[in-house]
Ligand binder design. Structure first.
Ligand code: GDP
Ligand code: MG
Length: 441
């Protein structure tokens, strides 16, 4: 019986593993997509190498092509690389005034982003923020911040003509303390290119203000130059994060990946317009989709993956409905539960599992118990697994000893098996397998 079932599952699992040539072929497409999205060339190389290694030998789902499967793997890796599902906000964990220093090339959006963050801190975090422009290079740069400050209702440091950046930074620190500001935003000068004078100035400002956050502001349209920009800044000041601006434009966001690779720091925000509320938490999933430009493929593969789960569940349900559900099946079910994220994730997935889950919870079982249960079933003979009724007191004792558990726990497993077998029989009453389709979303 379990052999037959094994075959069914093998078939459902699809067409086997991705071969090296499958992967290399698909990677050619991915490479083009990354380059078109303006990911810097050295980053493209490193990324492709890493993902190629991961992809070779992984399983292909039925109903998608190997190439599509590779794209999904690439997308997963991209999302992961760009920060996964965790959203990194500002770190405000320091003695006030917490200093946030903005660095980056001229025109990258530092001053605008400073004002956006000031507004965000005031409105969303209820913080008293203060802003100071240390840009003495660009004419009227300090006035620009002052005007923006008035628009977002955040105080700016009064301008003292002729004062040098480091002195302005000191004055800003004092003023922020005096006014009991929670956060001080320092907007620094940029150059059109990275140069030594800019770096020296940044280091000096960093030294006097000891910032908690040093945010590198980068225009998302920065293409192949992104690596140089990121590298030069990373080497000179202790960056804590990146802000990508102009994500509202045509850029496909390749700079995000380049920045991540080179700085190793989280991308914290995306600027999405000239307006002062056009700033968002960076969304790795969305940006990954934009970089790859293969969103349709990704969702196709995701759908195929759920379809397989459905088929597996259906095949099992069919057996169960026939009353063929034995302890081997139970064990397989337990393995699936573990794979699918434990008991919590389960209720909606398997027919009849809601009841079984309730039964398990009622008898005080949790995810850790899944591992125990597996050990218990493994300690039974194949015959016992097929015919649980064989398990008399003596046999139960042996199984308990063999699995390092108690007879009580063996009984719980048997009870659960009964519950599930019962639940499965009810599916038949509910209209059989035809009706099952509706259970899966
Ligand atoms: P800085 O030289 O780094 O201080 O750059 P600025 O803050 O002065 O910004 C330069 C230009 O880019 C301004 O016209 C801003 O309005 C514009 N800008 C900044 N961020 C964004 C953004 O996220 N989207 C768009 N569309 N424009 C932006
Ligand atoms: Mg500026």
């Amino acid at each position: 019986l379990s052999d037959r079932l094994g075959n069914v599952f093998d078939k459902l699992k699809g067409r086997g593993a991705l071969s090296e040539s499958d992967v290399r072929e698909a990677m050619r497409e991915v490479r083009i997509a990354l380059l078109e999205a303006d990911v810097a060339l050295p980053v493209v190389r490193r990324f492709i190498d890493a993902v190629t290694e991961k992809a070779i030998g992984s399983e292909v789902l039925k109903s998608v092509t190997p190439g599509q499967q590779v794209v999904k793997i690439v997308d997963d890796e991209l999302v992961d690389m760009l920060g996964g599902t965790e959203v990194e906000g500002l770190n405000l964990n320091a003695k006030p005034p917490v200093v946030i220093m903005m660095v980056g090339l001229q025109g990258s959006g530092k001053t605008t982003t400073t004002a956006k963050l000031g507004k965000l801190l005031r409105e969303k975090h209820g913080k008293k923020a203060m802003m100071a422009s240390l840009d003495v290079n660009r004419p009227a740069a300090q006035e620009q911040l002052k005007v923006l400050g008035e628009q977002v209702d955040v105080a700016t440091l009064p301008i003292v003509p002729g004062q040098q950046p480091v002195d302005i930074a000191r004055r800003a620190m004092e003023s922020a303390k005096l006014q009991a500001a929670d956060v001080l935003l320092l907007d620094t000068a940029g150059r059109l290119h990275v140069d030594e004078a800019l770096m020296a100035e940044m280091k000096a400002i960093n030294a006097v203000s000891a910032p908690t956050e040093v945010l590198l502001v980068v225009d998302s349209l920065t293409g192949q130059d992104a690596v140089n920009v990121a590298q030069s800044f990373t080497g000179e000041v202790p960056l804590t994060g990146v802000v990508l601006t102009r994500m509202d434009g045509d850029a496909r966001g390749g700079a995000a990946l380049s920045m991540r690779y080179v700085t190793g720091k989280p991308i914290k925000f995306a600027g999405t317009g000239e307006k002062l509320d056009a700033i968002e938490a960076f969304d790795p999933k969305r940006v990954a989709g934009r970089i790859l430009g293969m969103g349709d493929v990704v969702s196709l593969v995701e759908k195929a993956a759920t379809a397989i789960k459905e088929e597996e569940a259906e095949a099992l349900a069919k057996k169960m409905a026939k009353g063929e559900f034995d302890l081997d099946d139970l064990r397989m079910q337990l393995k699936q539960m573990q794979n699918m994220g434990g008991l919590g994730a389960l209720a909606g997935m398997m027919p009849g599992m809601k009841k079984a889950k309730q039964a398990m919870q009622a008898s005080g079982m949790d995810d850790k118990v899944l591992v125990h249960m597996d050990a218990i079933i493994s300690s039974m003979t194949p015959k016992e697994r097929k015919h649980p009724k064989l398990l008399n007191a003596k046999r139960k004792k042996r199984v308990a000893a063999g699995s390092g558990t108690q007879v009580q726990e063996v009984n719980k497993v048997l009870k659960m098996h009964q519950e599930m077998a019962k639940a499965m029989k009810q599916i038949k009453k509910m209209g059989g397998l035809k009706g099952l389709g509706a259970l899966f979303g």
